[in-house]
Ligand binder design. Sequence first.
Ligand code: NAG
Ligand code: NAG
Length: 260
Amino acid sequence: MGVLVRAIVLMTFLDLTGPSEIKGVWKGSTTLPCAYLPVEDVVQQTLRWTVVHDQSSGTVFWRDVSGDHVLLSEYRDRVSVPKDAPGNVSLHILNLEISDRGTYTCQVTWRASNNTRASMTWARLLYLPVAATKPVVRASEPGLTFPAGASTSLTCVASGSPPISYRWFWGAPGGKALLLSSQAELAWDSLQPSDTGEYYCEAENRVGAGAVQRSDAVELTVRGECPELLLGAEHAESFHTRVEQLWTRDRDFILSMRNI
Ligand SMILES: *[C@@H]1O[C@H](CO)[C@@H](O)[C@H](O)[C@H]1NC(C)=O
Ligand SMILES: *[C@@H]1O[C@H](CO)[C@@H](O)[C@H](O)[C@H]1NC(C)=O
């Protein structure tokens, strides 16, 4: 064991201080660095690049005396390691797919002329930032018609690389709209008839170069034609309200009430 440790100390990776996270671009290419300082008398035996994805893992690339082998079919014709650069065992990946995201580990084994063996590994995380998609609106309950006083919420859902920022608007997309919230969820404790209208949300992350994705509008309706019902029976005797006027302006119901 002591021999092994001494041999490991002998082989120094050049880039342990380099970035451990590598950013790739969809359809682009990238190099996952892994390099060591070659030492006289010590010969590289094998090189293995493995990957751990969310769902799967395996050996991407294997090099031994018999040559280079790409073991995962999805990487065939897309990966290579420099051949005539001693100590440079960086993995070059072409035509990046979103599914290439994962943690890549470079493992090298060596043998010294006195037959001592050594091995070292170094992991890199490859991430591919993805622009936010067009968001969809999820409602906490099916149907978007509510009695006044009800509580509900709408959630804006987009996919893409986090962090995704959200904004909620009241109004028609592309038209005049009022910013309501800068959170994914828009919630009401007690809906009012004046909350009736069109709502939409926007999603954005840093990948999309400032491109804002906008949801389709959803129409929320709050029924409030019967204010007496809302007051509750306990108030009905001492407190009488009459609907004075009811009209629509920009789809808003305006109730004017008067005590009698
Ligand atoms: C190793 O090879 C890659 C690809 O050819 C290159 O980009 C990188 O700079 C090399 N690294 C070192 C330490 O020589
Ligand atoms: C074997 O060779 C390596 C490299 O030359 C050296 O560092 C190590 O001490 C040697 N081990 C023994 C047991 O001689």
